[in-house]
Structures are given as structure tokens and as C-alpha cells.
Design a protein. Structure first.
Length: 327
């Protein structure tokens, strides 16, 4: 029996595929290797983290992609393939609808056709919008996304609920909170800040630097994803985290410890051994001032206990970044 990991050349996807293979699961990866950021980085990730992974290059929004899996008995799916980036969505809305909505629908149809035992899919802390009640709870209403990216991820959750109800397809959605660590994306703050500090360029801090993020180490996220995969929700008519009475649960996976962005820059400075040039900017469209995960349901049901502190994680990221980029 095989686990299909979509987005397997992505930041979280490659780490998840590696962890599944390390524990003995048969894994097939799928990724379109698009050029939102360097495909070379994606290939390097796979080569470093899971070199023995069978990686199929295909677009989830193409309805014919399942043909590449003919003859493979897929019994579980970890769906991490998506178009990421809150700000990029402002100018490229159709890309997000295609990848995050059509792609999600095609995965649901594939899972239904294959009668998979469990589908775990990635959502995002962005669905909480500008929610002022903290920490963010899976019981909170998420009806007012302030970015198209968030709207597409919420649409994915709603489609998942409909398939759980109509077809009793067991599913778990995981709302990920600001993942960071080795092999991260170059459009995210850790990479951008480390690069700017090492090159003597300004570090752009939005909302006048008054941003707070629930930074979560990638290995902690991976542990949560695997725990979710191993605990499919029961079809017992009882309410699950997120409110569904179908076999569909939603969990926050975060560090439960929001940090000021200024402190994050302090740690980048220390790890790089150079001062940052801080450049303050107003809030960007679609961005939120703070994220903060309530992880009590994930701790209770999945045993999810993040362990990496920012003080240890940031230097480890910078060490990897300097080694990979040669800076």
C-alpha cells in the first residue's frame, strides 16, 4: 500500500515524504515543479531529503494526471501541493484558483475513486483573516478571508467537508502556521531576511515592524502531519475539531507561541554576525498583523507537541542557508 504525497518537491512536502520513507512507508511523490520559485531548489530538496523518492512531474489541475499512477495501489494521500504566497495572489488570481481549487477538487475525486483510507490536506492559518480573538481556534468562524490565497484554502476545506459528507471520505485538514527551517522557500521571511542581512541590504518589515507570527519548525510540522495521517477521523456521527459530524477533522499545527518579527530579525542578526538595516513599510494587501495557533485539539487527539524554540531554530536555519547558498 502506497502513500501519495503531492507537492513532494515543496518545502513541507519533501520533508514529509522523507519522514514517511524513513519509517518504512512506500511513497510516491507528485509535483509540477512550477517556476513560482526556482525549480532547481525543488530538485535539490528532493535530492538531499529523499533521493530515492519516485517523483512524478504532473499538474494537479490537469484532470488526466491520475493516469501516471496506473497500477499503483494508493491507500492514503497527503495533499500538500498548492500555489503558496499571500501577496503573489493579488496579481495572479487565476493561478490560485487553478492550483488550490481545481487541484483540490481533482485530489478529492482521485481519493473517492481509489477509496483511500485517509486524505490529509494542507490548509493555512491565513483562513483566520484578521481575526482579533487569539489564539486562533478551529472552532472560530473563518468566513471573512482578507486574501484570495486564504479564500482558496478555505474553499478547499469546504469542498473536503462536502466529500466527507457525501462519500464518507475520511479527511483531515491541517492549518499550518508560518513554517520555517532548512530547505525553506525563498519568498518567505527567514530566507529574505537572512539574504538581506548577509548582503547588506535593508530588511523590509511591514506594518511598521509590528507583526507577530507563530513560527513553527518544519520537523514539528512534519510530526503533526504524520500523526494526523495515522489518526483518521471516525465516521461515528460525533463532532470533530472544526465542527464536522462527518469523517472530517481540522487541526491547527503551530508553535502556540507568536513572536515579534523584530525579535526574529534580532536572531537572524546574531546568527549571521552582522547588523540588519531595518526598513519599515505599511501593511501589505491581504496580510494579517498576527497569527497564533490554539493547538489543544491537536495535542489531545494527535499528541502534537512542538519542541523547537525560535532561539535554536533560527541559527539552525541560518547555518543551512549559508551552507546551501555559499554566503
Amino acid at each position: 500500500m502506497t502513500v501519495l504525497v503531492t507537492g513532494a518537491a515543496g518545502f513541507v512536502g519533501a520533508h514529509v515524504a522523507a519522514a514517511l520513507m524513513a519509517r518504512g512507508d512506500a511513497v510516491i511523490g507528485l509535483d509540477d515543479l512550477n517556476d513560482y520559485y526556482s525549480p532547481e531548489l525543488k530538485r535539490d530538496r528532493v535530492a538531499a531529503l529523499c533521493p530515492d523518492l519516485r517523483l512524478i512531474v504532473a499538474d494537479l489541475a490537469d484532470p488526466d494526471w491520475p493516469a501516471a499512477l496506473a497500477g499503483v495501489d494508493v491507500d492514503r494521500v497527503v495533499h500538500l501541493g498548492a500555489q503558496a504566497g499571500v501577496r503573489h495572489a493579488v496579481d495572479h488570481p487565476h493561478v490560485y484558483a487553478r492550483s488550490n481549487v481545481v487541484g483540490q477538487l481533482n485530489i478529492l475525486e482521485f481519493a473517492r475513486a481509489c477509496r483511500v483510507r485517509h486524505l490529509v490536506y494542507a490548509s493555512s492559518s491565513s483562513v483566520y483573516g484578521a481575526n482579533e480573538a487569539v489564539p486562533f481556534r478551529v472552532e472560530d468562524r473563518v468566513d471573512h478571508p482578507i486574501s484570495l490565497y486564504a479564500a482558496t484554502k478555505r474553499a478547499g476545506e469546504l469542498m473536503a467537508e462536502s466529500y466527507a459528507h457525501l462519500f464518507r471520505l475520511p479527511q483531515t485538514g491541517v492549518r499550518l502556521f508560518t513554517v520555517y527551517g532548512p530547505w525553506g522557500r525563498p519568498d518567505m521571511a527567514p530566507w529574505l531576511f537572512a539574504s538581506a542581512v548577509l548582503e547588506g541590504r535593508p530588511v523590509k518589515l511591514f506594518n511598521g515592524g509590528r507583526m507577530r507570527r507563530d513560527f513553527t519548525w518544519v520537523d514539528d510540522i512534519v510530526a503533526g502531519v504524520l500523526a494526523a495521517l495515522d489518526h483518521p477521523p471516525a465516521d461515528d456521527g460525533h463532532a470533530k475539531p472544526g465542527g464536522s459530524v462527518a469523517p472530517h477533522a481540522i487541526y491547527n499545527l503551530g508553535n502556540h507561541r507568536p513572536e515579534e518579527l523584530g525579535r526574529f530579525v534580532d536572531l537572524i542578526e546574531q546568527a549571521c554576525g552582522r547588523p540588519a538595516i531595518r526598513e519599515l513599510h505599511p501593511m501589505q494587501p491581504g496580510d494579517v498583523p498576527a497569527t497564533y495557533a490554539d493547538i489543544a485539539p491537536a495535542a489531545r487527539d494527535l499528541g502534537f507537541v512542538p519542541s523547537m524554540s525560535l532561539d535554536v531554530g533560527v541559527p539552525r536555519f541560518v547555518e543551512w542557508f549559508r551552507r546551501y547558498t555559499g554566503r
